[in-house]
Design a protein around this ligand. Structure first.
Ligand SMILES: Nc1ncnc2c1ncn2[C@@H]1O[C@H](COP(=O)(O)OP(=O)(O)OP(=O)(O)O)[C@@H](O)[C@H]1O
Length: 262
């Protein structure tokens, strides 16, 4: 028998909705950064890159992080993805606290739950599009057949299934980035972290990449993107702005991209 949820044990009708709301809200947080701090040492000088930032992202939403160069956006994203630990504070992804995980567990949790997208696509040139997208799952021990089937599905989600047998060099920058998005999503990884995914693209290609990204969000992915582009941020459910390592919530000044908007 499954465990009873807190609101189910509360006496009806009092406070049922309060418990239910709180339970569902907590369960749906895919990313929780709590008071994270990160300093870099540069010779004798300590550079405070991120200073006590708290940020959560709910399932099926797109959050854009904006701010001037050097304000700490990329550092925040790498901590969210477990690429580097915070000096203090905590990071949870898909219900697991990752900053205290031992290395092997961290790698495994990252491979299964987190997909990264960078400005320069990072596709393997000697592998076909489908092979690129299937690669993380295959490295994680998924059978080739299953990984390829998942790759085809992910490519279809970003409108790139007809390019499955092509090689990265024969695609435009925007198409390569959509393949990188499919790779980040393939195998059901729920959190996609993208650092300037449209930074190297012209306006039209950037718009196509955003359409693909929003398709993944509608399919249930949670995306956090760092961007300098206001047009890109305008498609997000929520925009948060950083300055000098500190986060300023941006409020709800944009139309929601999805029904499950924050
Ligand atoms: N490896 C490092 N060693 C020392 N200082 C670093 C290192 N990485 C980043 N910094 C410093 O930390 C601060 C935040 O850098 P970060 O790259 O996170 O900013 P950003 O907002 O992503 O910048 P941009 O928009 O230019 O990419 C900057 O002052 C930067 O110089």
């Amino acid at each position: 028998m499954r465990e009873r949820r807190p609101y189910e044990t509360a006496q009806w009708p009092c406070r049922r909705n309060q418990y239910e709301d709180r339970y569902e809200r907590r369960a749906a947080q895919v990313l929780v950064l709590d008071e994270v701090t990160r300093n870099y040492r540069s010779g004798e000088i300590e550079v405070p890159a991120v200073r006590g930032v708290s940020l959560t992202a709910r399932q099926g939403t797109l959050t854009a992080v904006m701010g001037p160069s050097g304000c700490g956006k990329s550092t925040l994203l790498t901590m969210a993805g477990g690429l580097q630990p915070p000096d203090s504070g905590s990071v949870s992804v898909a219900g697991t606290r990752i900053d205290t995980l031992e290395e092997t567990q961290l790698y495994q949790h990252r491979r299964r739950n987190i997909g990264y997208v960078f400005q320069d696509y990072n596709l393997v040139r000697i592998l076909s599009v489908a092979e690129n997208v299937a690669l993380p799952a295959e490295l994680d021990g998924t059978s080739r057949r299953k990984a390829r089937a998942q790759a085809r599905e992910a490519l279809a989600s970003v409108g790139m299934d007809e390019y499955a047998d092509r090689y990265p060099d024969s695609l435009s920058g925007g198409q390569q980035q959509r393949v990188a998005l499919a790779r980040a999503f393939s195998g059901g990884r729920g959190l996609i972290l993208a650092d300037e995914p449209t930074g190297a693209l012209d306006t039209e290609s950037a718009a196509q990449v955003m359409v693909s990204l929003l398709s993944l969000v509608r399919a249930g992915a949670t995306c956090v993107i760092v961007t300098h582009d206001e047009a890109v941020a305008a498609r997000a459910d929520r925009v948060v702005r950083m300055r000098d390592g500190v986060l300023h919530e941006g409020g709800h000044d944009h139309a929601p991209a999805t029904e499950a908007a924050v």
